[in-house]
Design a binder for this molecule. Structure first.
Ligand code: UGA
Length: 435
């Protein structure tokens, strides 16, 4: 089976590499000369555990290759995935589909025999219909079926999420396309991943509804965390206690500084806009978006409160910048808002992240970039844990206590035990529990 992946960003690269690993012949196409040349040299432009090895292995076996040219690979393909970006449109929050439609037109111009064109990018309901209309009206002699197949992988766990998904959603009413999509995902039957076929519009909405629900679940536990702090309960125990109910489930109930990343903020906003356009407002998700935005600013205030009400002239050490661990992605990371609040309060902010420093430089204000946690903690009046990287779990607290000016830890991810922090003599402020 010959597969072409248009767009070698996060989703395109991971999906392309994993499909090649399953034995398909895959060509990943991208318009960026720099990116394609780097990939051809074996350099992977994103940090994702395990990805580099899979790419290297499949390039060596000849199943995976990269191309700037779209027309050649597409002319010989059975299935072409569109995995280009769908950023938030400036001004109105709708998904910007410019790249999707441009890719669709280029693909249609290039296809020869029957070809399945699959949207893997997250696209609003009706995008598949619009692509089909473009094909029908502008390329009437081409034989193309348009399928929706959203991706549910998480950054940092992308390879295992792709290879062992909870489900694969495929939206199509076309029989030939159904057969070809079964063929694409046949290797995953071994992992017992269910293929869930439905109408294309339903499939497009499943992706948004899933992300919105997860964002809402996180926001729910974050609000419960605030209540815990005021009422004298422990959010981690509440999460565990409700999570044991199978109807609720124990995943995505970690209270923190608010969700960030390239998906939840963008997709919740786009879904809210779509729902408003169809006069069917999603009040729960509108509120989720608002509560999450406010929360990031509230985390800045929490740090200031921990420093006796002011950070002016104080050195504050921020541990972890990326929107979650095991990625170098800073898109919509809570750290951006938190650091800004500290800078606005007059703090001298020092930061460290194991993988996100380069990306952080483009989005953070005037901060000092350190090389390890101890360096930035020296003379600091508070450490703020924003991202729960494993390497922050077992720091040498005796040493930190000696080197800091004031032993304060604001633990926005609950990675430390309050009893232990008390033992080391720290003023420890976790999320969702009184100390
Ligand atoms: C998310 C979804 O989880 C994927 O299923 C989906 O495919 C992807 O978006 C996408 O649409 O492409 P991702 O953004 O990579 O994946 O990361 P998550 O692990 O979902 O985390 C998102 C944010 O929520 C992070 O800022 C994380 O720290 C936060 N979070 C997550 C919490 O605060 N608490 C939790 O319990 C879980």
């Amino acid at each position: 089976m010959r597969i072409v992946m248009i767009g070698s960003g996060y989703v395109g690269l991971v999906s392309g590499a994993c499909l090649a690993d399953f034995g398909h012949e895959v060509i990943c196409v991208d318009k960026s000369t720099e990116k394609v040349e780097a990939l051809e040299r074996g350099e992977v432009p994103i940090f994702e555990p395990g990805l580099e090895a899979i790419i290297a292995h499949n390039r060596a076996s000849g199943r995976l290759s990269f191309s700037l040219d779209l027309a050649g690979p597409v002319a010989n393909a059975d299935v072409v995935f569109i995995a280009v970006g769908t950023p938030s449109r400036r001004g109105d929050g709708h998904a910007d589909l410019t790249y999707v439609y441009a890719a669709a037109r280029e693909i249609a111009a290039a296809v020869t025999g029957f070809t399945v064109v699959v949207t893997k990018s997250t696209v609003p309901v009706g995008t598949g219909d619009e692509i089909e209309r473009i094909f029908r009206e502008e390329f009437p002699d081409k034989d193309i079926a348009v399928v929706s197949n959203p991706e549910f992988l998480r950054e940092g766990a992308a390879i295992s999420d792709f290879k062992r998904p909870d489900r694969i959603v495929i939206g199509t009413g076309d029989e030939r396309a159904t057969e070809l999509m079964r063929e694409v995902y046949r290797p995953l039957y071994l992992n017992e991943a269910p293929l869930y076929f439905c109408e294309r519009r339903t499939s497009e909405l499943i992706k948004y509804a899933a992300n919105a629900f997860l964002a809402m679940k996180i926001t729910f536990i974050n609000e419960i965390a605030d209540l815990c702090e005021n009422i004298g309960a422990d959010v981690q125990k509440v999460a565990k206690g409700i999570g044991m109910d199978k109807r609720i489930g124990d995943k995505f109930l970690h209270a923190g500084p608010g969700y960030g990343g390239s998906c939840f903020p963008k997709d919740t906003l786009a879904l809210v806009k779509t729902a408003q356009d169809f006069d069917s407002p999603l009040r729960l998700i509108e509120t989720t978006v608002m509560v999450n935005d406010n929360r990031k600013r509230a985390m800045g205030r929490k740090v200031i409160a921990a420093c006796d009400g002011t950070v002016r002239g104080k050195k504050i050490a921020v541990l972890g910048l990326t929107f979650k661990p095991n990625t170098d992605d800073m898109r919509d990371a809570p750290a951006i808002t938190i650091v800004q609040a500290l800078l606005d309060g007059g703090a001298d902010v020092h930061v460290f992240d194991p993988e996100g420093m380069e990306a952080a430089k483009a989005v953070l204000g005037p901060v000092t970039y350190g090389t390890n946690p101890y360096e930035i903690a020296t003379d600091a009046e508070a450490i703020v844990v924003v991202t729960e990287w494993d390497e922050f779990r077992a720091l040498d607290f005796r040493r930190l206590k000696q080197e800091m000016k004031a032993p304060v830890i604001v633990d926005l991810r609950n990675i430390y035990k309050p009893e232990e922090m008390a033992k080391y003599g720290f003023k420890h402020l976790p999320i969702g529990k009184r100390t």
